[in-house]
Write a protein that binds this ligand. Sequence first.
Ligand code: G3H
Ligand code: 13P
Ligand code: ZN
Length: 305
Amino acid sequence: MLVPAIKVLKPARERHYAVPALNINNLEALKAVIQAATKMRSPIIVQTSEGAIEYAGMDYLIAMVKVAAKAPIPVVLHLDHGKDLKIIKQAIQNGYTSVMFDGSALPYKENLAKTKQVVAWARAKKVSVEAEIGAIAGIEDFVSVADKDAHLTNPEQAAKFAKETKCDSLAVAIGTAHGAYKFKGETHLDIERLKKIAKLVKNPIVLHGASGVMEDVVKLAEYHGAKLGKARGVLDEDIKQAIKFGVSKINIDTDLRLAFTAGVREAMDQMVTVIDPRKLLEPAIVLMREVAMKKMILFKSEGKG
Ligand code: G3H
Ligand code: 13P
Ligand code: ZN
């Protein structure tokens, strides 16, 4: 069934597991993640970015997820990194059960005011709101470690922000980055900072940029010709620590993209005479489903749906 995010995130925070928030752009990815969640009896947050909406159309995405939510597990339809207030309002009015307002690039006061506005719209429709404080980005966006540090979430400011905006969940920056190239040197998450945040912020905490850039999938994609260079993701051990210290929603897109790419490349290599798109896309669905199931085990959401 389709539920607001807070319904699955509150118990996750209380019981120290995390709900996988998986990005989808098409039917194949949606089928893969819903099959995984059903098999693992895990709650799931299906999320679409503004880019996914531009690609697939909001109405198509809503209709597909409404059908997918007939599965016997709690399903959330979430707008990921909402920046455009018009799109956010549309999502709230048309059937999303959760929206993120990403004001992390705005001055503090503007982020605060716009987040409050989104919370007011969402409350009327029982839609959950994720807000963000601190900057989660690509490492290239920061010139030095000190500069990167200055962009990480300040625990006191996070507590004040969550209290004033009355958001449901809060995305924080503790060293992750989006994409396949998260770290230049050693992988490092600021778990001490997370501990301080979790002491002051009792809302479910959200970790973006959490893909592990899983070696087996990278290898498979590379074997079939993809060039991924020095791709590096978040270690499983760091994910476990993050969950232990308050992270209850974990965002994964890159690992699913890698699985999709590996599956498509493999199919193209091995089925040279096949022209049926359903057969060519099946290996991608299988690999994305496997990735999603691995995340549910790692996040301890298995059996919680
Ligand atoms: O955090 C961003 C997600 O990976 C979505 O990426 O905007 O290219 O769909 P996208
Ligand atoms: P990854 O790029 O690490 O998968 O992060 C996805 C994300 O944070 C979506 O909001
Ligand atoms: Zn993100």
